[in-house]
Design a protein around this ligand. Sequence first.
Ligand code: UTP
Length: 289
Amino acid sequence: MAKITKAVIPAAGLGTRFLPATKAVPKEMIPIVDRPTIQYIIEEAAQAGITDLLIITSRTKKAIEDHFDKSYELETELEKSGKTALLEEMKQIRSMMNIQYVRQAEPKGLGHAIYCAKSFVGNEPFAVLLGDDVVYSQKPCLLQMIEKFEEYQASILGVQSVAQSEVSKYGIVSGEQVSDRMWRVHDMVEKPKQEEAPTNVAVLGRYIIMPEIFEHLEKTKPGAGGEIQLTDALKTLAKEQEMYAYDFVGRRYDVGNKMGFLEATVEYALRREDLSEDFIKYLKQLVNR
Ligand code: UTP
């Protein structure tokens, strides 16, 4: 039985929804409390058993590589000053898994970014995690999806229902329900107009994809927004082989958008033992002012 050990994080987008912060700082490096968003995503992948990761980067994303590399100066200083807990944390960040990088020369779309992973992936099913979507759940979102993959042996899209007014921001799927939280996908459309969306079931930044996707990506022409869309390639793959949508359990934050980022910041801070007590006090004072 195929096992999922490889994952791809496309991180070469321009992050225009978060300008000016993303002009010089990669959107994936913007922190939620004290960790860059991408670190939460990689921790989720590690907890799901991923051992090999490819990050699709671009010219302006060097800070991502630095974050997961060894910092000799910092580690030497922490060692000298006896800050062992911090030192261990720094070592742990860079030893979560094997990480490779490839550059997407131009931001031609998510589908094009995934195509850059072709030789890394080879002929195995693989996971895709988008840095925009952070999911808080008891069982890591990707692990839930891998368990579904083990059962169905087919591509699995992580979905949740969104407000009807939000459908035009997402890839939307339609299909038939086959069991609790599982749908067989019949069709997909990228960023439909509200009145044209077949459902309000949106793909939210987590995928397990069969390797045949690359044959479809090769043939995919630019779609919505003039970009090569992963949704368009998945749509044609779904005509050829079974594909499922799984309504994952968890609170998902769209951190690529300002409001989602603020919600994540507040809620993650409230979950932190070292911060929550003081933070709750502060929030209470603020609303009672
Ligand atoms: P988004 O469209 O949400 O990201 O793409 P973006 O382009 O960075 O953001 P905005 O809309 O301009 O604010 C979804 C994911 O696909 C990656 C992005 O980095 C993001 O994780 N992506 C997108 C690429 O890697 N390359 C691309 O050409 C486009």
